[in-house]
Design a binder for this molecule. Sequence first.
Ligand SMILES: Cc1cc2nc3c(=O)[nH]c(=O)nc-3n(C[C@H](O)[C@H](O)[C@H](O)COP(=O)(O)O)c2cc1C
Length: 218
Amino acid sequence: MGDKKLNNKFQDATIDGQKITAYQLGKNSNDWRNGAGTISDGMDTNKNSHPTRKLTDSAKNIVIYFSRSGSTELLASKIAKKTNADILEITVKDPYPSNYPKTLSRANFERENMDYPELNMELPNLDQYKTVYLGYPIWAMTLSHPMHSFLNTYGSQLSSKKIAPFMSEGGYGQGDSVQVVKEILKQQGAINNTFTSSLVVDGNKVDHSDKQISDWLR
Ligand SMILES: Cc1cc2nc3c(=O)[nH]c(=O)nc-3n(C[C@H](O)[C@H](O)[C@H](O)COP(=O)(O)O)c2cc1C
């Protein structure tokens, strides 16, 4: 299927040595349809490899992200490279389907029932980090559900961090996602957080986002 054919220039993209698969990159707006229909590799971003987890003793910043179809993962990779940040991927026990309509109906059910997915990951000690770059795709104009679960589970451990939200979306913007991040952190007892402005990139254009990322980082 044409969708599956990756443009060569995207095939070199990696995160911590692993290839990033993002079938939506480079699609024109007709094919892109604001992200509707995007397939994933069926295991969120890591069908054939382990979740990304690059942790060093020296990094002062960490990128924590979820990505189903690879665009947010590519953004995460670019941000981590530019900031020398460590990287932690959010993974769930039951990954979202490769198929878009199935993902959508699962996501709708989860949202309507506030039944967010169980995580399949542990959080390392975050003491060494000053800034947490928090990355997620937008789902239904709000935060995608694995990031909900992450903040609900580990929010209190983000106290005193500078939070830099970044996201990829289908063209409709960040919705209320940053507000929701703030609310969950508060509910979980996180204190003394500061927030930067957010970085919002169309999921099919992440490969062209270097200048936008650099401007945002400044
Ligand atoms: C369940 C679901 C709901 C979505 N809802 C929206 C939306 O409300 N607004 C929007 O602009 N894009 C929406 N999208 C598109 C994604 O935000 C976009 O494709 C994003 O780049 C995916 O990031 P990822 O590749 O890191 O998973 C949705 C995608 C999915 C799978």
